[in-house]
Design a protein around this ligand. Structure first.
Ligand code: SF4
Length: 312
């Protein structure tokens, strides 16, 4: 964090819950007085778990892990969500910003290289309040905003100087697929604006002795039948952001949650589909990032962090 968080900023963010317009859905429900919108998040901060996490990208993990806090609920409704118990079914525990700030400080004391806020979008006011309290008590490691990319530029602007590393997904390269599989109107239009704003704030990823300090790291999950529109996503990143954008091209898609209702995505990706996505990445001139081994597909390895989510 490069700026001191003021009580006035926290208050301003809380006013955005009533009516709620924190994210692009703009449900306009009164979350401070018992109503819930599309994400099902209410007024009380709800967290699924927090811990040192060693399953994220190497620059976040380093030697001592990423200090990960998994928030409950999500403003996307992906039919293939690997964490649907948490994102869609509300698994988690109500807590307070004060307790959340203590979690942050505990993770820092354990040596974690960052505070990694997973699915923070519905909880931005609570998290910024927690960060304000933790900042007063000496929190100094980078803050990671780990989200699905369905973000309001207005909200993101209020996070400038607070978030050090943005780690959004770019899930689809067209609006129709996003509507069908994530119930996310205009996702493609929205994610492009959001990623431009994130990049404007923090730029390309900067490492210090291999550990991420600041910048943008984008995740793209390759899907069966090219439903994720990988080429369009990479072309946007190359043209509108930077050739040096770090992109993690992920191969671990597997059908879960409601994916069985959609025959075209009711399977894992093939090695050929993954290779094709990597070729498209290279054709677009993007050279920075992470690739997964074919083991992820062939041996059907699910990254360990999907299981860790269930622990508290
Ligand atoms: S944060 Fe939740 S309630 Fe608020 S606009 Fe987004 S989906 Fe709707």
């Amino acid at each position: 964090m490069t700026k001191t968080i003021t009580p006035a900023l926290v208050d301003k963010l809380y006013t955005m819950l009533s009516p709620c317009r924190l994210c692009p859905r703009e449900c306009r429900v009164d979350r401070l007085h018992g109503e819930v919108g599309s994400c099902n998040a209410g007024s009380k901060l709800t967290i699924s778990s927090y811990h040192q996490h060693f399953g994220e990208e190497p620059p976040l993990v380093g030697q001592h892990g990423s200090g990960t806090i998994f928030l409950t609920h999500c403003n996307l409704h992906c039919v293939f969500c690997q964490n649907y118990e948490i994102s869609q079914h509300g698994m988690g525990h109500e807590t307070t910003p004060h307790e959340c700030s203590r979690m942050m400080l505990r993770l820092q004391a354990l040596g974690c290289h960052n505070i990694n806020l997973v699915t923070p979008t519905p909880w931005v006011p609570h998290l910024v309040e927690a960060l304000r309290i933790a900042q007063d008590s000496g929190l100094h490691i980078p803050i990671v905003y780990n989200c699905g990319g369905y973000e309001s530029v207005e909200t993101l602007r209020l996070l400038e100087g607070i978030v050090d590393i943005y780690m959004p997904d770019i899930k689809y390269g067209d609006n129709a697929s996003a509507q069908k599989y994530s119930d996310a109107p205009r996702y493609w239009d929205i994610v492009q604006k959001a990623l431009k704003e994130m990049h404007r704030q923090v730029g390309d990823l900067v490492l210090d002795r291999g550990i991420a300090q600041r910048g943008l790291l984008i995740r793209h999950l390759v899907m069966p039948e090219n439903i994720a529109g990988s080429k369009a996503c990479f072309a946007f990143i190359r043209k509108e952001l930077s050739q040096n954008t770090v992109v993690n091209v992920m191969a671990q898609y597997y059908p879960t949650h409601q994916a069985h209702e959609f025959p075209e995505i009711n399977r894992r990706i093939t090695a050929q589909e993954y290779r094709r996505a990597l070729a498209e990445l290279e054709q677009c001139g993007l050279v920075e990032g992470f690739r997964q081994t074919m083991d992820t597909i062939v041996r059907k390895i699910v990254p360990e962090w999907t299981d860790e989510l269930r622990e508290t």
